[in-house]
Write a protein that binds this ligand. Structure first.
Ligand SMILES: Cc1cc2nc3c(=O)[nH]c(=O)nc-3n(C[C@H](O)[C@H](O)[C@H](O)COP(=O)(O)O)c2cc1C
Length: 451
């Protein structure tokens, strides 16, 4: 598919001249920092902290315990699939989408789930990092983002969709509301959908093929090769996606893993693929930063009464201790996605109790990240700030809240501090915070936005 085939232009509009035979990959070879001499967006310089006030924890820099990588604040853009890709390549769309978070002060951006193999993509429109040819487009993306704002850290989530592969993205399935997968004729890969065991995710979904023991080892290699591509592209860290029912999570949970080889049965066996993959990345890239996202629970404890086992917080606590030995920088604590009968009730900070539970392990590494409606409601920043104050987490991940408002970090700073944190100097004409504009616990001041 060439871009001109997939894009329509209003009458009278010029269609851009695309190179007809090139995929829609981002290609930028000129990077120049766009500003100098200003405090980085998303930071709170001493001069704007009023006497007697303290800088909110959300705006403290965070040093990661293993790699010593410094994040300029505790705000992380959670990975978000955009299903806007041809053949796995990052496109100009990603620069616009992620660029707005960079300009508005998020400290760290995690690029969406990127397939470590083409059959491991969730949908045909997923981002990929499964061939060397993807590297220049990823390099363009990372370098351009970093040229926008100082101190920005950028990582990428490495993913294999497992039994949730070859499915429709929410906005490509059109009328196909009840048809759960993309057929081979429609561009899917139904015969290549794999999992620990031949168990479909739900009714009407593809029944995956169980991986052989040798193939599981091949998956490990695919993750390690993808990490190599990511580091070559300039990413500061990689995150292994072991949450939301995708392949690594489906190995962890006894609900989806019924294997009898070295990858099934005991906790040690079910976690072997994730742990060995993390260990190999750690060994091959000792200086680089490695993060892991887990579902702390399948949200399926109700099946225990039927004599079945699921993945739960107790096993996650055990996993946390093992990952600490491996040398993981951040454990990003999410939940669910493994089974259609999960019982979950999203509300502000709904997954924070799992990070809280893990904080009782009292480990210096990995640092804990929490995610799930952490933007709060009326008072931006307070829910997240409290999680940090209570020591439940060291980093806070935001997805939908930032989609709704990429400038959320500025609102959070204004609310917690009474003055906006350092912003994008090109936007210096944005109004200062006015008395009464913030509703938080701190009295607002009329101080200017510091640029
Ligand atoms: C559009 C969208 C795409 C997402 N894609 C991913 C993804 O690529 N990888 C992932 O681990 N989670 C993904 N998620 C989940 C988010 O990262 C996050 O964990 C979840 O939305 C809860 O956080 P929130 O309440 O701040 O949105 C996605 C969420 C949204 C809304």
């Amino acid at each position: 598919m060439s871009p001109s085939q997939s894009t329509s232009y209003a009458s009278g509009q010029q269609a851009p001249k695309w190179p007809a035979d090139k995929p829609l990959a981002l290609q930028i070879n000129h990077f120049s920092p766009v500003r100098e001499g200003h405090p980085p967006p998303g930071t709170v310089p001493d001069e704007i902290v009023a006497e007697g006030e303290e800088r909110p924890l959300l705006f403290h820099s965070v040093q990661l315990p293993v790699s010593r990588l410094t994040l300029k604040n505790a705000i992380v853009v959670s990975p978000m699939c955009q299903y806007s890709v041809v053949d796995g390549y990052p496109s100009p769309y990603h620069l616009a989408h992620l660029g707005s978070f960079a300009l508005h002060g998020a400290g760290t951006i995690m690029v969406e789930a990127s397939g470590v193999t083409s059959a491991g993509r969730i949908t045909p429109q997923d981002l990929g990092i499964y061939k060397d040819d993807h590297i220049p487009a990823h390099t363009s993306l990372v370098s351009a983002l970093k040229s926008f704002t100082e101190g920005l850290t950028v990582g990428v989530q490495l993913a294999h969709a497992g039994r949730k592969a070859s499915t429709w993205s929410p906005f490509h399935r059109g009328e196909r509301k009840v048809k759960e997968y993309v057929t081979d004729e429609e561009g899917g890969w139904t015969k290549e959908v794999v999992a620990p065991s031949a168990l479909a995710w739900g009714k009407g979904w593809i029944t995956p093929r169980a991986l052989s023991t040798a193939e599981v080892k091949e998956v490990q290699k695919q993750f390690v090769d993808a990490a190599a591509r990511a580091f070559e592209s300039g990413y500061d860290f990689v995150e292994l996606h072991a949450a939301h029912g995708y392949l690594l999570h489906s190995f962890l949970s006894p609900l989806s893993n019924q294997r009898t080889d070295e990858y099934g049965g005991s906790f040690e066996n079910r976690s072997r693929l994730l742990i060995d993959t993390a260990k190999e990345i750690r060994a091959k890239f000792p200086e680089r930063s490695l993060w892991v996202r887990v579902s702390a629970t399948d949200y399926a404890e109700h099946v225990h009464a039927e004599g079945k086992q699921s993945w739960d917080i107790e096993q996650t606590k055990q996993l946390h201790k093992v990952l600490s030995q491996v040398g993981v920088d951040v454990l990003d604590v999410s939940g669910g996605g493994l089974v259609e009968f999960q019982k979950i009730s999203p509300r502000p900070a709904y997954q924070l109790p799992y990070a809280h539970e893990l904080s009782k392990n009292k480990l210096a590494s990995p640092l804990l990240g929490t995610v799930g409606i952490m933007e709060g409601d009326e008072y931006p920043g307070q829910v997240a700030e409290k999680a940090l104050e209570d020591g439940d987490a060291s980093l806070v991940f935001f997805a939908r809240g930032l989609l709704a408002n990429p400038a959320w970090p500025e609102f959070a700073g204004a609310n917690l501090l009474g003055v906006r944190p350092a912003g994008n100097p090109q936007y210096h004409r944005v109004h200062p915070v006015k008395p009464g504009e913030t509703k938080g616990k701190k009295a607002p001041s009329t101080a200017q936005n510091h640029n």
